[in-house]
Design a protein around this ligand. Structure first.
Ligand SMILES: NC(=O)C1=CN([C@@H]2O[C@H](COP(=O)(O)OP(=O)(O)OC[C@H]3O[C@@H](n4cnc5c(N)ncnc54)[C@H](OP(=O)(O)O)[C@@H]3O)[C@@H](O)[C@H]2O)C=CC1
Ligand SMILES: O=C(O)C1=N[C@H](C(=O)O)C[C@H](O)C1
Length: 253
């Protein structure tokens, strides 16, 4: 049997997303699943398995070290794990400059609908006086706000700033318990954690007399798998850092 060109090690393989990714890679005819790593496994297993790609679906505290290891060994990385702030992204870009043939995709969300909703929100943000985000997730999620909400707010805030739009009006002077949520780039982000949910987000845009709501729902982690596979099939042909699966799509926005 000939060796597949895309030989994949899944990091976080026993987690909620990792389990799905293992099945998806296993079922893809053009890929070979060569390693499954958990918390207590040495990263040397990745190298020893002959992996050409990793999928990182671990935890925010581990993901930077995992990706660094991959890049240093010329292994392409598709990363769904959250926690990639500007500081980490900067360090990754500096590392990639020393490994110009290696590709990394940092994807805050692999679901196509979510990627589209974020792009629409960024496009619409400048046209409304007020903009807020509500993200809703399962209660076992370790971080808040979600990576998707943080990225959406960042892109919306950036678009508003570049268009010279004033911050959303807000007369609140007393909020001792943080009821107005987190603020990312001047966009308020509210996080709901509720048993029964998977991953959901609403972007609310308001002006006098009207509201635009952009809502996306992942009801099942199957929704993320086409994006994971697209990432694996594309990342080697896109050396350097790509932030967001939209970088591999032709959204024409
Ligand atoms: N981009 C996207 O579309 C999506 C991203 N996510 C993100 O993916 C991440 C994982 O989510 P989820 O699957 O729900 O989380 P889980 O807690 O279910 O899974 C995380 C897994 O990571 C493992 N782990 C911990 N440390 C390491 C390490 N150092 N190396 C390898 N594996 C490690 C844990 O291992 P062990 O089993 O050994 O304890 C656990 O199985 C989160 O950051 C989440 O926000 C989630 C959904 C979609
Ligand atoms: O932890 C999750 O479940 C999810 N994490 C990602 C995030 O923080 O945005 C993607 C999706 O929302 C599911």
């Amino acid at each position: 049997m000939s060796q597949a060109e895309i030989r994949v090690a899944v990091l976080g393989a026993r987690g909620r997303m990792g389990t799905e990714a293992v099945s998806a890679v296993d079922g893809a005819e053009d890929m070979e699943l060569v390693a499954r790593l958990g918390r207590s496994d040495s990263l040397d297993l990745v190298r020893e398995s002959g992996a050409t790609h990793i999928v990182d679906l671990s935890v925010p505290d581990a993901t930077e070290e995992n990706v660094r290891f991959a890049v240093e060994h010329g292994i392409h990385a598709v990363v769904g794990t959250t926690g990639w702030d500007d500081e980490r992204l900067g360090r990754l870009q500096a590392l990639l400059a020393q490994h110009p043939d290696t590709g990394v995709l940092i994807a805050p969300n692999f679901a196509l609908g979510s990627v589209l909703a974020t792009a629409f929100a960024a496009k619409a943000a400048r046209y409304f006086e007020s903009a807020e985000i509500i993200e809703l997730h399962h209660p076992d999620k370790v971080d808040a706000p979600s990576g998707t909400a943080a990225r959406t707010a960042q892109l919306m805030g950036r678009a508003r700033r570049e268009a010279g739009v004033a911050p959303s009006p807000d007369a609140t002077t007393q909020d001792p318990d943080g009821a107005r949520g987190a603020t990312v780039e001047d966009v308020h982000v509210h996080a709901v954690r509720l048993r029964g949910l998977v991953a959901h987000q609403e972007v609310l845009l308001g002006s006098a007399g009207e509201q635009l709501t952009l809502r996306h729902d992942s009801f099942d982690r199957a929704s993320f798998m086409p994006g994971v596979l697209l990432g694996l099939r594309t990342v080697a042909s896109r050396p350097g850092l790509t932030h967001g699966l939209d970088g591999y799509l032709d959204l024409g926005l």
